[in-house]
Write a protein that binds this ligand. Structure first.
Ligand code: SF4
Length: 227
């Protein structure tokens, strides 16, 4: 079990799935730069959370629900959690009956080529399982282009993939962020392209060189400063 001080941000898992160097720059080195994609994404999340909670077609709709799993070590805020009537669901305070949670994550753009969005929904699902004591079998990602929901099965393989990313993030925290860059065409959409300098990394392997230097410095006893 993890403590509250030890939790990873669910939102960071999309960075880990995209490029672990991006995750390390944001979550360890605290570098962050907005670009048009991140600003539009933030505005969409704010808009969704402002819609408030209610019910539709027999389902409860709760927006901006705070999530936490001490077992996996995650925290975050869900854009939307629907609670559907289900005999083997969970109790929800103030609402008689039993309800099965169904997380929905909102994304401004098109469906990604990787599984980052699904991994984020999976992390939310596992938090909901721990918080409500009910199995979450499905969730969904809503993409702004086109305006469409895609359902995601919270399968064993997705759960394992998500847990592997968490384990790798914790490894990076232990070694001070010596992350492998994932250099490619996607770098042009990365908000940290200036700090990362992927062109330099891919040309001369300086990231590995810098990693070795950092490792040597970390391992060596403190040196006396010249007078
Ligand atoms: S610019 Fe590319 S390699 Fe660098 S952090 Fe971003 S995605 Fe990763």
């Amino acid at each position: 079990m993890y403590s509250d001080d030890d939790l990873l941000a669910i939102s960071g898992l999309q960075h880990m799935a995209f490029c672990e160097r991006q995750w390390a720059l944001i979550h360890i080195e605290r570098e962050w730069d907005d670009n048009v994609l991140t600003i539009e994404g933030r505005h969409l999340h704010e808009f969704v959370h402002e819609q408030g909670s209610g019910s539709r077609s027999g389902a409860l709709m709760i927006r901006g629900l705070r999530l936490r799993s001490l077992e996996i070590g995650l925290y975050g805020v869900a854009d939307l959690v629907e609670f559907h009537p289900s005999d083997d669901g969970a109790e929800v305070e103030g609402h008689p009956g039993r309800w099965r949670p169904y997380p929905v994550e909102y994304k401004r753009g098109v469906k990604r080529y990787d599984r980052a969005d699904e991994i984020q929904v999976c992390a939310q699902a596992l938090c909901l399982e721990e918080m409500f004591g009910a199995t979450v079998r499905f969730g969904a990602v809503y993409h702004g282009q086109p305006r469409r929901r895609t359902e995601t099965e919270i399968s064993d393989s997705l759960r394992n993939e998500m847990k592997s990313l968490c384990a790798r993030a914790r490894e990076l925290l232990d070694v001070g962020g010596r992350a492998r860059p994932n250099v490619g065409r996607h770098c042009k959409n990365c908000s940290l392209v200036v700090q990362c300098m992927p062109g330099v990394i891919s040309r001369d392997g300086s990231a590995e060189y810098m990693s070795r230097i950092i490792a040597d410095i970390s391992a060596s006893p403190e040196c006396e400063r010249p007078g």
